[in-house]
Design a protein around this ligand. Structure first.
Ligand SMILES: Nc1nc2c(ncn2[C@@H]2O[C@H](COP(=O)(O)OP(=O)(O)OP(=O)(O)O)[C@@H](O)[C@H]2O)c(=O)[nH]1
Length: 617
């Protein structure tokens, strides 16, 4: 192994940094340019958004998992520096990953779009960086855009965020402008890590992934000491002990190293089979020479939305459990527990950080594990207070106790900040009000833009608030929110009955004022979605024993299967194919076939409500 002097010299040349930005301001493109400029990847390997390794990330153009990469940079002073670059996601659902990565870094590159300026997540992310005492390097990106106004953005960064932006790098990641300057600033402005090479080992786990050969692979920031293959290590919170089989760095492919030392960011493998032994936030120490204290960890992440996941084929229940367990290894914020539905059989109640997270998990289950799923409408967690004062948490609407037994219900509220040009303040307020928002304050960022702050029920935010916000402000508004606690609301449960039978998976919870309308819309919607049978199917919405609306799915009049036998063979094949595909997402509930779409109709119903309202005005 290298001498302490060599290590000390190397430590002075390390720069650990993260890149933070509002979504789409260009983090991933800047990371790519850094990899390119430092010749970390060959040209052949270079492809756009190299760090976004999941297919899903590429297709959607978003970063979901962060990635830590080591690159070597030869600076103008002739010396070679080791950069550990941690890419972070920008979407609000994944802000948890941002805060985790920031705890591993000493500096943060703050990317701001030269045409858009400071947005809601720019603020949220940069404040996280400031809280973590990171040196912040502002970069004004996309200066090639015709609408770019770098000087105005520079002033905005100074006025709104309150950091010095006089030396902000003016860049176009797309055209490679400003990258050399940025690399130099990383060397001169971001401090080298401080950490005692001779102290007992303390390494912070900030990510983990599962490898079928090597077991759980941990991404760590070594704060003090040294870790190498053969070391006996202990996880200070879980108490589990393992022997290190391999350490190394990603560059961006895994490269084995003899050791990782204080200041390094790299990976550790120790044939760990159980993710619970080594959760992100835990500290690794050496069994022979343990550290006295664990490093400060992370706040555990609580899911914001829950939905039921059921295999379309009941025999695939165990496969679904296995798939969820595997995904959990890679995604510590995913939670699930078994759940039974009279209508859908055996499945899992699954907790997500938000709707995008839910979407991503569902798609990964389908693609990577070949699962066919029925998903119930997402729900937040309600607090129901019973007459005797007992509080129960309800994350599945069908489990909400009868109104007669409940004294009151509370729902989660968020504090939302919406940054928007002056002209759209009216539209934002109208939307927030319609979503039961309570106005807090409004701050002017400059003469043209405002930060509008509201208290809004989380259930209203997660469904379609963001889409509505974008469409009512022509894409100009940006949103950030944080959970602020529970408030009492006048909520009731609506049950749905098909052919006289209550279908538990279709129950939902609404504010009393919207109950009548939502009941009417859901029955109308289900009438459209549920396929006809050779008998009449009544669709009813009920509050307790009281039916509040009803529609009827008419019986077949003629045999539609005869259609398949007519026409050209191509058309027939297509029809059969379509039927097969449609069937996949169908669940028989009693005598009625209920397609996947029906379980999401609750969300759709909301769209229609607003549409109807809009039409009236
Ligand atoms: N014109 C122009 N477009 C750019 C520039 N940098 C990035 N883009 C484009 O902006 C879009 C978003 O860039 P990304 O790098 O994916 O943004 P991001 O911030 O990483 O986004 P997330 O990963 O989703 O958080 C892409 O279409 C890029 O091609 C630039 O300097 N100029």
């Amino acid at each position: 192994m290298d001498s302490i002097e060599t290590m000390q010299e190397r430590q002075k040349h390390i720069r650990n940094f993260s890149i933070v930005a509002h979504i789409d301001h260009g983090k991933s493109t800047i990371s790519d340019r850094i990899l390119e400029a430092t010749h970390t990847v060959t040209e052949r390997e270079m492809q756009d958004q190299l760090l976004d390794t999941m297919d899903l990330e590429r297709e959607r153009g978003i970063t979901i998992k962060m990635n830590a990469v080591e690159v070597h940079y030869q600076a103008k002073n002739g010396e070679t520096y080791i950069f550990h670059l941690v890419d972070t996601p920008g979407h609000v659902d994944f802000s948890y990953e941002v805060s985790r990565s920031l705890a591993a870094a000493d500096g943060a590159i703050l990317v701001v779009d030269a045409a858009q300026g400071v947005e809601a997540q720019t603020l949220a992310n940069v404040y996280l960086a400031i809280e973590n005492d990171l040196e912040i390097l502002p970069v004004i990106n996309k200066i090639d855009l015709p609408a770019a106004d770098p000087e105005a953005v520079r002033t905005e960064i100074e006025d709104v965020i309150g950091i010095d932006a006089s030396e902000a790098v003016l860049a176009s990641a797309k055209k490679g402008i400003g990258i050399p300057e940025l690399l130099e600033q990383i060397v001169t402005k971001i401090p080298a890590p401080i950490g005692d090479l001779t102290a007992p080992l303390q390494a912070l786990i900030f990510d983990s992934a599962y490898d079928s050969y090597k077991g759980v692979i941990l991404t760590v920031r070594v704060k003090n000491g040294i870790i190498k293959a053969g070391d006996k290590i202990r996880f200070m919170n879980s108490g589990a002990e393992y022997e290190v089989t391999e350490v190394g760095v990603n560059s961006p492919h895994a490269i084995k190293r003899d050791y990782l030392m204080a200041g390094d960011i790299g990976y550790v493998a120790a044939s760990i089979k159980n993710i619970r032994d080594a959760r992100p936030g835990d500290t690794i120490t050496n069994v022979q020479r343990p550290a006295e204290e664990a490093l400060p960890g992370y706040q555990p992440m609580t899911p914001m939305v829950y939905s039921g996941l059921y295999p379309t084929d009941n025999s695939k229940y165990n496969d679904l459990r296995e798939a969820l367990e595997k995904l959990q290894l890679n995604d510590a914020s995913l939670e699930f527990e078994p759940e039974t539905s009279q209508a859908l059989g055996f499945g899992f109640r699954t907790g997500f950080l938000g709707l995008l997270h839910m979407d991503v998990i569902q798609e990964r289950l389908e693609r990577e594990f070949d699962m066919e799923l029925i998903t119930t409408a997402p729900s937040v967690t309600y607090h129901a207070y019973l007459a005797d004062g007992e509080m129960i948490e309800v994350d599945n609407p069908s489990e909400m106790p009868d109104a007669g037994k409940i004294k009151s219900i509370e729902e989660p509220y968020v504090y939302a900040q919406i940054i928007v040009p002056n002209d759209y303040v009216g539209a934002v307020m109208e939307l927030a009000q319609r979503k039961r928002g309570e106005f807090d304050t409004m701050d002017y960022l400059d003469t043209t833009r405002v930060n509008v702050k509201y208290h809004i029920p989380l259930s209203e935010i997660i469904f379609d608030f963001f889409d509505k916000l974008k469409s009512s402000t022509r894409g100009y508004a940006s949103l950030d929110y944080e959970i602020e606690g529970y408030r009492q609301s006048d909520l009731i449960k609506i049950d749905v009955l098909l052919n006289g039978d209550k279908v538990d998976a279709l129950s939902f919870i609404v504010h009393k004022d919207f109950a009548q309308e939502r009941g009417r819309i859901i029955t109308a919607k289900l009438k459209q979605i549920i396929p006809r049978r050779n008998f009449e199917i009544p669709v009813q919405a009920a509050v307790g024993a009281k039916i509040i609306s009803r529609s009827t799915i008419k019986a077949y009049r003629k045999d539609v299967t005869s259609k398949i036998h007519t026409g050209d063979p191509d058309r027939r094949a297509k029809l059969l194919d379509k039927q097969k595909k449609g069937k996949k997402r169908m669940k028989s509930v009693g005598t009625v076939d209920v397609p996947q779409e029906a379980f999401m109709a609750v969300l759709k119903a909301e769209d229609d409500t607003e549409f109807a309202k809009g039409a009236n005005h």
